[in-house]
Ligand binder design. Sequence first.
Ligand SMILES: [Zn+2]
Length: 50
Amino acid sequence: MKCPICHKAVQLSDPESPFCSERCRLLDLGNWASGNYILSTEPLDHADEA
Ligand SMILES: [Zn+2]
């Protein structure tokens, strides 16, 4: 399989699978956090907390 971030080959036995490294795993989390992957326009239930 390939790392979804940098598309390097990743072994299924890799502890960071499906990412090639912790760095790519954190980058993926960062993409989620920054909204790059948000598909729905509906606000989250607790979006207006605070
Ligand atoms: Zn990678």
